[in-house]
Design a protein around this ligand. Structure first.
Ligand code: EPZ
Length: 422
């Protein structure tokens, strides 16, 4: 099994450039199904999940390929197939984001029912409720969800929970529907705003981006565009913590400060200090300077702009070494504490009570052999290894390759001792 071998105790120093956002690029790629012509995307991270979505687009009849490390070109000229291959949906559940676009474009869609994953059941009921409200007839049989709608018609929709994926799926479908759609209690994540800006550049009419009420006025067609994806706020948060937990001094470039406020604010409450330098027209560089100790804080994960669930495992690692006791409550997913066992094996003092983790700070972690269970748990274990006494062997790198581009290279360039063995 592929593994990282990390020698802990090295203070990170230097600058790291943050890659483009996986969770913005995935729905943007799905949205190209709606658009006639060529789309050129820039700042796309080179990741397994992006390659999976590219394979999905190819399977549906589009041409899609990486032009280089961070550019992707998609051409949409041929008739779209409306059946999504089972093996591609199971490879990555975010592929379910093609449902709304295929249905809006062709009037039909047949998508394998996406399974859950290690962090939760991951149902799609909110997606289905929204698409049904736009007039889709929906049948679930033989493990597939079949959608049918001669022409989608705009409607007013209320989401019981501000689901990111459901907001993206329904917003994309509504761009080609007849008339106006209003989505209330919509998700407000930066990735939704990026998708909406991309669609508007392609001729869509979406208002309210960045709020929890979206107004979409349907149009007849959308055209291909050139677009650059926002930076990855979760990779940025992960590196902010890498600088702090290693007691080093690093700077991050290519990040959007507004997207990392919740994480930076909590880290400041712990005693981490930041300074921001403006470089070029809108390039900000964030300098992380941590002392030799930091204080415990309580964390509750929330939809944006709250503390992101995708940063909960990494923040937990950081707090295992804080002075005092932290309580972390995970309110978004029902099973997102799989990293706790592995952190305990490295000497962390963590107690789970339902969806709360009580983290009592210890003076040090010790290197061990650990296994990655899911993407962000993997990032949490890498952070633990950077700070641990001795060597840590981290198995299951395939999870990390889904969401962190050139992770070992970036850490090594900052002075971490990371060997990667496939
Ligand atoms: C997106 O997943 C992200 N993935 C996740 O990031 C992220 O953790 C999540 O949003 C929350 O921010 C991508 O963008 C590709 P949700 P998504 O629909 O859309 C429940 C990572 O590490 N729910 O907002 O699946 C669901 O079970 C990944 O990069 C329903 O009940 O998230 C969960 O408890 C992990 N019914 C909660 O809502 C539905 O129809 C949040 O799910 C949909 C969701």
């Amino acid at each position: 099994m592929s593994r990282f071998i990390i020698d802990g105790g090295y203070r990170l120093k230097g600058n790291v450039r943050i890659s483009g956002s996986k969770n913005a690029a995935l729905p943007i790629l799905a949205a190209t199904i709606l658009m006639d012509g060529d789309t050129h995307l820039d700042n796309v991270p080179h990741l397994l999940d992006i390659s999976s979505m590219i394979k999905m687009l190819e399977a549906l009849g589009l041409r899609a390929e990486y032009k280089n490390d961070c550019k992707v070109r998609v051409s949409n000229y041929r008739k779209i197939r409306h059946i999504a291959p089972y093996e591609l949906i199971t490879a990555m559940r975010a592929s379910f984001l093609v449902a709304g676009p295929i249905l809006a474009k062709t009037g039909l869609a047949k998508i394998p029912f996406p399974g859950g994953c290690s962090i939760g059941a991951r149902p799609v009921d909110i997606h289905l409720k929204g698409l049904k409200a736009l007039g889709a007839e929906i049948n679930i049989e033989h493990g597939f969800v079949s959608f049918k709608a001669k022409k989608l018609v705009g409607n007013k929709i209320f989401f019981d929970f501000p689901s990111v994926g459901a907001t993206e799926n329904v917003m994309m479908a509504a761009t080609l529907a007849e008339g106006e759609t209003v989505i209330e209690n919509a998700a407000q994540e930066p990735e939704i705003v990026d998708l909406g800006r991309f669609l508007n550049k392609a001729g869509a009419k979406i208002e309210g981006l960045g709020t929890n009420v979206l107004h979409i006025t349907g149009v007849d067609t959308l055209h291909g565009v050139n677009y650059s994806v926002i930076p990855d706020r979760i990779e940025a948060g992960t590196f902010l913590l890498a600088g702090a937990i290693s007691k080093g001094e690093i700077s991050l470039s290519g990040i959007n400060l507004e997207h990392v406020q919740a994480v930076m604010s909590k880290m400041e409450d712990c005693g981490v200090r930041f300074s921001v330098e403006s470089k070029g027209e809108n390039e900000k560089v964030v300098h992380v300077k941590s002392g030799d100790s930091f204080k415990a804080v309580d964390i509750s994960t929330r939809p944006f702009p709250g503390f992101p669930t995708d940063m909960q495992p990494q923040m937990m690692t950081f707090l295992t070494l804080a002075q005092g006791t932290s309580v972390i409550s995970e309110s978004v997913f029902e099973n997102r504490f799989l990293h706790v066992n592995e952190l305990q094996r490295m000497g962390a003092d963590i107690e789970i009570k339902r969806n709360n983790a009580i983290v009592r700070g210890v003076s040090s972690l010790s290197g061990a052999e650990v296994k990655i269970t899911d993407l962000r748990a993997g990032a949490a274990l890498v952070l633990a290894a950077l700070a641990a006494d001795g060597t840590t062997e981290i198995y299951g790198l395939k999870h990390l390759k889904r969401g962190y581009a050139k992770f070992a290279e970036k850490l090594t360039a900052l002075g971490a001792k990371v060997t990667s063995e496939s």
